[in-house]
Design a binder for this molecule. Structure first.
Ligand code: 6PG
Length: 249
């Protein structure tokens, strides 16, 4: 298995531990290069964590003035659309914490095509982030995982899985009948730290397969997340159910 696994009794314990990690990584990044560059995960799982960041204790102590927030992927919808990852993060914490608006970088501008957004964002990441060669280096990338093993908008059997020349790409996802824009594997894997949040019993089977199967390639795209830095799985007990059953604990 790539990375280390942390299993929590419930979501609140998971969120508290991840918030402490966010704070530690932010402090180290700011001390090292003057800014904390973090890419947010979308979907539903991170919402409770984002809401934890907006609570007074973290709202008042996080280094928001030196934090730059980006998105790991985005649905190609307006920023006020119910499916927008930007809207979910805005509602859950970005609108409640004192982060300068210029430090929040939405991934999809509806004035541009998916491909134009990918090009625009790649240029932004080159401009704003430290680089490893020609690849931007995030201090922290938050990811989730779907029941098919996708992460960000890197879905099974899509061309973006093979993308190595671009740090951000657009992809039409046929099974969703929708366009997405996403960081690509080179960018995810250049990160100093990747934290994957997995919660709920519905994820227990896929989590077991991802962590225990010896499939090669990217049968489950998240298996190809293998960062230069650290990879940690933040999992609640429900999602770890199959793993626990396998170990007999
Ligand atoms: C997205 C996410 C995606 C998400 C998984 C899990 O835009 O949908 O980036 O990769 O992390 O689909 O989603 P849930 O947390 O809702 O299960």
């Amino acid at each position: 298995m790539h990375g280390s696994l942390r299993i929590f009794a419930d979501d609140s314990e998971l969120c508290e531990s991840l918030a402490q990690l966010w704070q530690e990584i932010a402090a180290a990044a700011i001390a090292d290069h003057g800014a904390f560059h973090v890419a947010l995960a979308g979907g539903g799982t991170p919402r409770q964590f984002y809401q934890r960041l907006a609570r007074a204790d973290y709202r008042e102590c996080m280094p928001w003035q030196d934090t730059q927030v980006y998105f790991g992927d985005e649905r190609c919808v307006p920023q006020d659309h119910a499916d927008s990852n930007y809207r979910m993060a805005w509602d859950a914490f970005l609108s409640h914490v004192p982060i300068p608006l210029t430090h929040i970088h939405p991934l999809f501008d509806p004035q541009l095509s998916p491909a134009e957004n990918a090009q625009r964002y790649a240029r932004l990441l080159t401009e704003k982030l430290p680089q490893a060669g020609s690849t931007p280096v995030f201090d922290l990338v938050l990811l989730g995982m779907g029941e098919d093993g996708h992460t960000a908008s890197l879905f099974p059997n899509t061309e973006i899985l093979q993308e190595t020349a671009h740090t951000v790409a657009a992809q039409r996802v046929d099974k969703l009948d929708a366009w997405r824009v996403s960081l690509t594997f080179p960018t995810l894997n250049a990160a100093r730290y990747v934290a994957v949040m997995v919660a709920g019993g519905a994820k227990s089977e896929i989590l077991f397969r991802v962590l225990k199967s010896d499939t090669t390639g990217c049968e489950y795209p998240i298996q190809c997340v293998d960062p230069q830095g650290k990879l940690v799985w933040f999992v609640d007990r429900a999602a770890a159910g199959r793993l626990a059953g396998e170990s007999g604990s």
